[in-house]
Design a protein around this ligand. Structure first.
Ligand SMILES: *Cc1c(COP(=O)(O)O)cnc(C)c1O
Length: 412
């Protein structure tokens, strides 16, 4: 009989979002016609920017002509898109990143897990708690962890605890790690790192020969011009970091699928025998073998993000979601709840009142206000006692949801 990858059995049985769906569906079943407002899952709600739609329509028409047809494209993405990204997202922000260091993909979720393909199984890996579950689960599947102990932390991973004391920004660990996953602005806590904090991480990585896997999927939500959007704004990061970016959140591409990773050519790793190898070469090899590129039409859509119209439209999208975040943040703060995030990220992270645990407060909001939240404990043990609300929704849903919560009579 065929043997399966038994690492999959180490995974926690109940993945967060299926469990939320079960509870919501059960509630809808017993309460006919109830108007549920979903502020749980982190998916965008507004339509695609016009500039992207027009570019994709034109690209479809082109594909239907003799001279405009495109077959397989370059595995790393078309040059025109890689150049637009390198220029607009990095070079004009002072980052020394070339178009050859941009690898177009169909998602950051894939990139953040596929990167493990080029890394050895015996690295010391650090993640935060709470954490975007993909980083942890992809390491479990790859066999980089032991069993799931206490149903919360895996042996073999180093957890950096995020809490109100450290403002949900990961502090530098005392021990040496080979790899650390950082996500700023953060999902789920909405925290953002200052230039100084990122500098500390880059220095730590350079001192310890560590690799930073930097997830910047939410960089477009940063409001303060002094905050860094990219790890490559920090000197030295070219020698210790890979960055993951996506069009999912800034341009509403969650269903369209386009993202990219930035792998500097100056980044090296070691073989088991201690020989230096270039990570850019390995990633290029990995992508060329296992990936055949993002479709031409979608890459044209992504390119349009960088046109003048595209920039205006995505800024309007971000502004819309950030106004939603401000409404959530302010209304909940006004009734005395402890709220975090929401200033540079589309997520508000809320301390549960009345000593309720995350799932109790989730159930309470579902039953009393018909609102779906995300229990913080689903992102890790340290998320217990918090819930996450997402600003991805229509203005009227956000307003109705806040009216419902503020009308509740819980003791803070
Ligand atoms: C939404 C999100 C992404 C983007 O993933 P895609 O696969 O590009 O849609 C990446 N990282 C985090 C933490 C996210 O929340």
């Amino acid at each position: 009989m065929v043997k399966v990858n038994s690492n999959y059995f180490k995974l926690k049985t109940n993945y967060l979002f299926p469990e939320i769906n079960n509870r919501v569906n059960h509630f809808i079943e017993i309460n006919n016609n109830i108007n549920i407002i979903r502020l749980g899952i982190g998916d965008v709600t507004e339509p695609l920017p016009k500039a992207c739609c027009l570019a994709m329509k034109a690209a479809v028409d082109e594909m239907g002509t003799d001279h405009g047809f495109h077959g397989y494209g370059p595995e790393q993405g078309y040059d025109w898109l890689r150049k637009a990204i390198a220029y607009h997202d990095f070079q004009i922000r002072g980052c020394d990143i070339s178009s050859e260091e941009i690898f177009i993909s169909d998602g950051s979720k894939c990139d953040t897990s596929n990167i493990l393909n080029i890394l050895s199984n015996d690295n010391r890996i650090a993640v935060t708690d709470p954490v975007y579950p993909v980083y942890v689960d992809s390491n479990v599947m790859a066999g980089n962890t032991g069993n799931n102990f206490e149903k919360t932390h895996y042996r073999g991973l180093i957890y950096i605890i995020l809490n109100a004391e450290n403002n949900f920004v990961a502090s530098i660990p005392k021990e040496r790690v080979d790899i650390v996953y950082l996500c700023f602005p953060n999902n789920p806590t909405g925290a953002v790192a200052t230039r100084f904090q990122l500098k500390e991480w880059v220095n730590y990585a350079l001192d310890n020969d560590s690799l930073i896997l930097f997830d910047a999927a939410y960089q477009s939500f940063i409001q303060d011009p002094n905050l860094p959007h990219s790890i490559f704004e920090i000197e030295g990061a070219r020698n210790c970091a890979i960055e993951f970016r996506s069009f999912s959140k800034n341009a509403g591409f969650t269903g369209t699928r386009c993202a990219f990773s930035v792998v500097p050519k100056s980044l090296n790793g070691n073989t088991i025998c201690g020989n230096k190898v270039n990570l850019w070469e390995l990633w290029k090899r990995r992508q060329s073998t296992k990936f055949n590129g993002v479709n031409y039409v979608v890459q044209r859509g992504a390119e349009a993000v960088y046109s003048h119209e595209g920039q205006v439209q995505i800024q309007a999208l971000t502004k819309f979601y950030m106004e939603n975040a401000a409404i959530i943040y302010n209304k909940l703060q006004d009734i005395g709840l402890q709220v975090y995030g929401g200033k540079h990220a589309p997520y508000v992270w809320i301390k549960t009142p009345e000593g309720k645990d995350s799932w109790e407060f989730f159930d309470y909001l579902l039953k009393k206000a018909h609102i779906v939240s995300t229990p913080g404990s689903g992102f890790g043990k340290a998320g217990e006692g918090y819930i996450r609300l997402s600003a991805f929704n229509s203005r009227s849903n956000i307003e109705v949801a806040m009216d419902r919560i503020t009308a509740l009579d819980f003791d803070i």
